[in-house]
Design a protein around this ligand. Structure first.
Ligand SMILES: [Zn+2]
Length: 287
């Protein structure tokens, strides 16, 4: 693609939802093995349902980076996402960090997810997001795999400093990472010579809402760029089962302010115009 093909200015920001269930989050991987997933009560279907209703009420659209594991068990959910005007994209199949896999294992996982999602929707899946933003300078080979699997864009880098992920020296905005593939990083705000998270995750629940609003306005106004924001279905579910055996820090981050998330998302959807990643960045017009 030619980066000059990116649409000029900011007409909307990009909303993204990483479709996975409460027992699949990376921070709990030490407490719950993937072999246990099938025995645990799934809540992703009802949680995505309430997000779809919230987006309908706000007249907003978004991109749902969906796990192949979830899509296989809930194909109707994937069809509902597409039927209600949203973009179906891939979050890989089994939610393993790219940085924990060999290139061959990683390629197999992201090809499998793409095939599952395309079988269900009958359309082409062009976007991919790595679990836990696990792509960075240490495993740039992953971009070659993402392109080889047939994706057109990745949103797998969070250019911040974080103990579990992050590539603080990576570019903050859209950039070509290998032939045929563009990375669209999650939003950061540049203050005091440092990138700060502005694109959601635990920070959105931890910090006052007005800080997120200020950051997004600054990205749109000062940088003149659209922002990418993300959250998870389990973040709108205060009644989800509590995971025992995880660290106190992981539990604090995961369960903090879940009961405030629905109202906070409502404000976010009201204060900005939101659309699918592929439309905000004009993916289909890329040459
Ligand atoms: Zn994830």
């Amino acid at each position: 693609m030619n980066l000059a093909d990116l649409p000029p200015g900011v007409t909307a920001n990009a909303l993204s939802i990483d479709v996975e269930d409460w027992f699949q989050v990376s921070a709990f991987a030490g407490a719950i093995a993937p072999t246990e997933w099938d025995r645990l009560p799934c809540r992703v279907e009802r949680n995505v349902g309430s997000i779809l209703d919230l987006l309908d009420e706000a007249g907003a659209h978004g991109t749902f980076f969906t796990l192949g594991w979830v899509a296989e068990r809930y194909p109707g959910l994937v069809r509902a996402i597409a039927a209600r005007g949203h973009e179906v994209a891939s979050h890989g199949y089994a939610h393993q960090r790219a940085s924990d896999q060999s290139p061959a294992e990683f390629l197999e996982d992201i090809r499998r997810a793409k095939a599952v999602l395309e079988d269900i929707t009958g359309g082409s899946v062009t976007g991919y997001r790595a679990p836990s933003f696990s792509v960075g300078p240490g495993n740039a080979w992953a971009f070659d795999c993402i392109a080889a699997a047939g994706y057109r864009y990745s949103s797998s880098v969070y250019p911040i400093r974080h103990d579990h992920y992050g590539a603080p020296d990576s570019p903050r905005f859209a950039h070509e990472v290998c032939k045929g593939l563009v990375e669209l990083p999650v939003a950061t705000v540049r203050v005091l010579n440092r990138n700060w998270p502005a694109g959601g995750g635990g920070y959105f629940r931890l910090l006052p809402y007005r800080l997120s609003r200020w950051s997004l306005r600054r990205i749109n106004g000062v940088d003149g760029r659209p922002a990418i924001f993300y959250f998870h279905p389990w973040e709108v579910d205060p009644e989800q089962p509590r995971v025992q055996g995880a660290s106190a820090k992981a539990r604090f981050r995961h369960y903090l302010n879940l009961d405030r998330m629905h109202a906070r998302l409502g404000r976010l959807l009201h204060d900005f115009r939101w659309d699918r990643v592929d439309r905000v960045f004009g993916v289909h017009a890329w040459t």
